[in-house]
Design a protein around this ligand. Structure first.
Ligand code: SF4
Length: 251
């Protein structure tokens, strides 16, 4: 039973007890069945007080994570560290659950029409949604961001901009602490792995990303959706990568 289920069960029991009190019930007969049920419940889940403490510490951790991610977002908005800022059209810090198992890293944000900027927009975003659907995930289940947070048009960011921006990404990874990182595109793979290898050499297997606190996180480099849209033959390789990610997320 998950912590959320336990929390819900406790709330339901409280509601039931309140309802019984309104009906005038002021106690319950202590039958053998009730005694056995309470003993079993305590063995399995601990006392309600302990559960409440455990749940609130979990909620506190999630709140702390959310606050750090907001700090990163605010720092990105204020940042003037690289030349991309001068021609910047917009900034996109990334988004997703603070405790996401899967952390997706694209290259730089793009924007279509009046929609909010995002690392994967339009056809790329739709393809990413289908890729995630193939492994029973939705975009809302994963944290999605990019190695560079400013978009200054269609030009590829230079290495100086990437180096300046990476600390924001590292703080996000440290905070979310995902089970798996999925990098999409050559620039993202090379930046995260500090490598100059081609994507064809890097993809198809897990590498190790060391977080700021020294935790080893499996990282799967793969093709960017924009590349897959132009090279549909490569979707088979992408599917193989996704299946490995699905297995790793379930461990
Ligand atoms: Fe700052 Fe990153 Fe934008 Fe450069 S790309 S100005 S480092 S937020």
């Amino acid at each position: 039973m998950s912590k959320q289920d336990v929390n819900e069960m406790i709330q339901n029991i409280r509601g039931l007890v309140q309802f019984h009190q309104e009906l005038g019930v002021d106690g319950y007969p202590k039958t053998t069945g009730l005694v056995n049920f309470l003993r079993r419940d305590t063995k399995k889940t601990g006392s309600p007080e302990n559960n409440a403490g455990h749940l609130s510490s979990d909620a506190k951790k999630r709140t702390a994570k959310k606050e750090i991610l907001i700090d990163v977002h605010d720092d990105v908005q204020k940042c003037r560290s690289c030349n991309l800022h001068e021609n910047m059209i917009y900034k996109a810090c990334g988004q997703g659950p603070e405790n996401a198992k899967l952390f997706i890293v694209g290259e730089w944000p793009s924007m279509e029409g009046n929609e909010a900027p995002d690392p994967f927009k339009g056809d790329e975003g739709e393809l990413l949604t289908r890729m995630l659907g193939a492994i029973d995930m939705k975009q809302g289940d994963v944290f999605i961001t990019s190695i560079v947070k400013c978009c200054a048009g269609d030009s590829t960011p230079d290495q100086a901009a990437i180096r300046s921006c990476l600390p924001f990404l590292f703080r996000q990874i440290e905070t979310v602490s995902p089970k798996v990182i999925f990098s999409l595109g050559l620039l993202a793979a090379q930046a995260l792995l500090n490598s100059k290898e081609s994507l064809l050499r890097l993809r198809g297997r897990f590498h190790t990303f060391k977080s700021l606190s020294g935790t080893n996180i499996p990282l799967m480099p793969s093709f960017h959706p924009s590349f897959l849209l132009k090279n549909p033959d490569m979707k088979k390789g992408s599917w193989d990568d996704l299946r490995m990610i699905q297995k790793m997320c379930r461990k």
